[in-house]
Design a protein around this ligand. Structure first.
Ligand SMILES: Nc1nc2c(c(=O)[nH]1)N[C@H]1C(S)=C(S)[C@@H](COP(=O)(O)OP(=O)(O)OC[C@H]3O[C@@H](n4cnc5c(=O)[nH]c(N)nc54)[C@H](O)[C@@H]3O)O[C@H]1N2
Ligand SMILES: Nc1nc2c(c(=O)[nH]1)N[C@H]1C(S)=C(S)[C@@H](COP(=O)(O)OP(=O)(O)OC[C@H]3O[C@@H](n4cnc5c(=O)[nH]c(N)nc54)[C@H](O)[C@@H]3O)O[C@H]1N2
Ligand SMILES: [Mo]
Length: 796
């Protein structure tokens, strides 16, 4: 893969997050789109009523925000999608698939928008045009040839609209399978699994307004400056009004340090910035569960002290002839006993688990000093309205489910769920990943959904669980899954263990990619392969019934409409719902619905959603409300839809972040190999979409094949700063997983840790290294060793 290493530079960035740096970057993205004047209008329509929902992240909208509702990275997403360059039949005639495979991910997507349906020709190694009808019939031929519907897998990436997602799952299930793996499996799956068991709903319990009311906001394992930039404003306001913003992150992320608000003329003109946190702790990777346990242990300890003082006081009062009733001078401890008694189950067991967890274990696992944990606990105990937010730093570990449950345990101790300014906030990734799940994109669907589908469509629905991402790869590898359909995304690059995954995809009879832009998944093909070019969120979608809106759901469970604003680059491109309906019609005919008639007017799809999915009554009507409507969250109302009917304390002893066999291997290899690597996003990428080779806030430009490490580790392991190395992961099996020619960068990172970019480092993540109960690849915790580079040696 080509990377212009000659331009590589590392120079720590001194400026605050956003501000002038962001403006410069937006301007660059805008001008580089090839259609600046059209796109300016599009950018101004981002997240506006009657405009489109930003195709970037899933952060929600402040109800009262003004004219400009996009951030730097939202602007990049819009301009990237609204490119004036076309990847058409001429392009594919010029470039064979093998030559395209040589290019890096940045180059591939940069070529522009896919504009025509294409089929792969094995003989010539080129893609050539097909008609839509031919494409749909090719798919239906393959599908009907299978001996079981479970030999097909239907993957979804989280940009698909509610309408597309609903149709897609209906198609898969009417065809006969629950094989609906999705990007959630690699993302917030652990949040869903953990919260469902703890509080009876897999979603966050807070709304946007809660951020304005919180006394403390914990931002854990998340880099909002890059991945949710519009979150910076509420955080900035929180610090400014005297609330606590506590960060837990091993890296010093610029967006959590200093922020210059681009919409604040005073800050911009005076070039000032605001502080973004009141406390910053840098734990060990996967150490958060121990930090939370430590805070809980302090709460218990302080409560005991308070209880002791109260009983002393009571004795004193009795001695003075008091009546023994609680006096007005009774001191209140940190635990919210009223909440615990009324709403929770399993408190006593949790208390003993915490009591049994030793301080030395807590300190060792957490990577923090005891007094740091104590300081965090003090802040936590003093706040009567606390939000805890988290993202991939929490969800992509072996023990993510347990960690999130420990976060929930902690919040339950102080009654911090279901009241204003408080709650649990998994900050979602893709702009509609939450909505896709609501629509039934789930390989383990709730029985209620299956029943509702069976009833509404009078059809038999597959009952067996389908495959998640990891299982889909295993299935393709073994030949059990023969057809892969991707509704968006970049399966070949987003998944772990790239070499195995690529082999698995190549083992398919057919791979189909419904996409906006060219990526590696179009090049790592099955024996037969199709590219189906679709409209994106920014494109105007005109059907028989006129211009169509689609709907999406943000992290705060707000559902709103999105209207494309730009004329599509080519007439041949079709909307996602139209493509799904085309495949379904060709495969199933008019069963169980007249697919094509649904496409004439998407409100017909929404009528079906209303019939099947709870919370969507009067969907088409409610859609007209500016800002959308709120899908009720039972846990947010303190209704616990768990088996016990209560919020559950769930905990065990502190778990090791690696399986025993790997820990043993590390032991035998001695201290030469004890680094753990996390994979992160740069400031100029959207998942596998790479906007440029720069990472402004981390000071890197011109290269993404870098690995950040502590200078002491670099020297201890016998290397030099800027030396080219190979990174090899250490796992239970004997298979070698290696990336070569990465440049070492001495960085401000805790000792024993390393970091590299996703997806370049994905070959290092073993397929069977996943979260317990979540099956999410452990992208944030890979045991590695460094070796001298086997690629051409270079020191830059
Ligand atoms: N511009 C842009 N926006 C995006 C995306 C994008 O790629 N680009 N991706 C979208 C998607 S799909 C998602 S899921 C989100 C991702 O949003 P994030 O989760 O913010 O993304 P990551 O880059 O994976 O960052 C993980 C952060 O967690 C920290 N971390 C890693 N391990 C640990 C740990 O064990 N403990 C703690 N406390 N911290 C840890 C890392 O240092 C890093 O700051 O963003 C969404 N928004
Ligand atoms: N090592 C490592 N691996 C990871 C992660 C990590 O942190 N580390 N993060 C994981 C996470 S959180 C996620 S969510 C996954 C992401 O996995 P995916 O969602 O599969 O990947 P993306 O890179 O978001 O997909 C980009 C492609 O989607 C297509 N696309 C863009 N917009 C649209 C659209 O509107 N419609 C359609 N049909 N196609 C569109 C374009 O062709 C583009 O090339 O990756 C996971 N993989
Ligand atoms: Mo994600």
């Amino acid at each position: 893969m080509k990377t212009p290493i000659d331009r590589f530079r590392f120079r720590p960035y001194q400026r605050p997050a956003a501000g002038w740096g962001a403006l410069r970057s937006v301007t660059h993205a805008w001008l580089d789109s090839r259609q600046p004047f059209k796109n300016l209008r599009a950018m101004l329509q981002t997240n506006q009523h009657g405009g489109f929902d930003c195709p970037g992240c899933a952060w929600g909208e402040a109800p009262d925000e003004g004219r400009i509702r996009f951030c730097e990275n939202g602007a990049k997403a819009v301009n990237w999608e609204a490119s004036g360059r076309a990847v058409d039949a001429t392009f594919f005639a010029e470039h064979s698939v093998s030559t395209l495979l040589e290019m890096d991910d940045y180059w591939l997507e940069y070529q522009g928008r896919l504009t025509e349906p294409m089929v792969y020709d094995t003989e010539t190694d080129h893609y050539r045009p097909v008609t839509w009808d031919q494409a749909f019939h090719r798919i239906s031929d393959h599908l009907t040839n299978l001996s079981s519907p479970d030999q097909a897998a239907f993957y979804t990436s989280g940009r698909a609209s509610n309408e597309a997602a609903f149709l897609y799952q209906l198609f898969a299930r009417a065809f006969g399978t629950n094989n609906l793996p999705d990007c959630s499996n690699m993302c917030h799956e652990a949040s869903g699994v953990a919260l469902l068991a703890s509080i009876g709903t897999g979603k966050g319990t807070v709304t946007y307004e809660d951020f304005g009311k919180a006394e403390a906001i914990f931002v854990v394992g998340q880099n909002p400056g890059t991945n949710h930039p519009r979150m910076l404003e509420p955080l900035q306001k929180a610090v400014a009004r005297g609330a606590q913003v506590v960060v837990l992150n091993p890296l010093r992320e610029r967006g959590l340090e200093r922020f210059q608000a681009p919409q604040d003329p005073v800050q911009m003109v005076t070039d000032k910035a605001s502080p973004m946190h009141t406390a910053y702790f840098r734990p060990a990777l996967a150490g958060d569960i121990a930090v939370m346990r430590g805070i809980a242990k302090f709460l218990f300890q302080w409560q005991e002290e308070v209880d002791a003082r109260n009983s002393e006081r009571l004795k004193g009062q009795e001695g003075q002839g008091g009546n023994g009733a609680e006096g007005s001078d009774t001191e209140k401890g940190p635990l919210d006993y009223a909440f615990i008694q009324e709403h929770c189950e399993g408190f006593d067991a949790y208390q003993s688990v915490v009591r049994d967890t030793r301080w030395d274990e807590i300190v060792a696992f957490s990577g923090l000093e005891l007094d740091e944990i104590e300081r965090a606990a003090h802040i936590y105990a003093r706040s009567d309205a606390t939000i805890i937010c988290w993202a991939m730093g929490i969800t992509q570990h072996r023990h993510s489910v347990a960690t999130i449950q420990e976060i929930a345990n902690l919040q339950m101790l102080r009654g911090q769920i279901g009241k204003p300014g408080a709650g649990l906030c998994p900050v979602r990734g893709h702009s509609n990943v939450q909505g896709d799940r609501t629509m039934g994109i789930h390989e383990r669907p709730p029985q209620s959904l299956l029943n509702a589908l069976a009833m509404r469509f009078d059809m038999s629905v597959p009952q067996a669980s389908g495959v998640n991402v990891v299982k889909a790869i295993e299935g393709m590898e073994k030949g059990n899954i023969k057809i892969f359909v991707g509704l968006g995304g970049n399966f070949a690059q987003a998944t772990p263990d790239s070499e195995s995954t690529h082999k698995a995809l190549r083992n398919c009879a057919l791979t189909v990619q419904i996409s906006t832009k060219l990526n590696r998944s179009h090049l790592v093909t099955g024996r037969d392969a199709l590219i189906l070019p679709c409209l994106g969120r920014t494109d105007i979608d005109i059907q028989a019934g006129g211009p169509q809106a689609v709907t999406v759901e943000d992290s705060f469970s707000m559902v709103h409409a999105s209207y494309g604003q730009l004329r599509p680059l080519a007439a041949e491109m079709r909307s996602e719902p139209a493509i799904i309906a085309g495949m379904a019609q060709a495969t199933l005919g008019n069963k169980p619905v007249d697919w094509l008639s649904l496409i004439e007017d998407y409100s017909r799809i929404r009528d079906l959603i209303e019939d099947v999915i709870p919370g969507f009554d009067n969907f088409n009507e409610k859609l007209q409300q500016p800002g959308g409507f709120y899908l009720q969250n039972p846990a947010g109302q303190r209704q616990w839809q768990t088996a016990s009917g209560k919020a559950n304390f769930i905990a065990g002893s502190l778990p090791a972040p690696l399986p025993p066999a790997v820990l043993e291997k590390l032991g035998t290899l001695g201290h030469k190999a004890d680094l753990v690597l996390q994979t992160i996003r740069s400031h100029d990428q959207y998942n596998t979409t790479v906007y440029s080779l720069n990472d402004r806030y981390r000071g890197v430009s011109g290269d993404r094949r870098v690995v950040f490490a502590n200078i002491e580790d670099i020297h201890r392991l016998g290397f030099d700063d800027r030396e080219a190395i190979d990174v090899v992961s250490i796992w239970e099996d004997e298979q070698e997983r290696r990336v070569s020619g990465f440049t070492l960068i001495a960085f401000d990172i805790p000792k024993g840790q390393a970091a590299a970019y996703y997806p370049e480092a994905n070959p290092l993540v073993p397929l069977d290294s996943f979260g317990i109960g979540s099956f999410t690849p452990t992208s944030k915790y890979i045991a590695v060793r460094f070796e001298p580079s086997t690629a051409a040696k270079r020191i830059v």
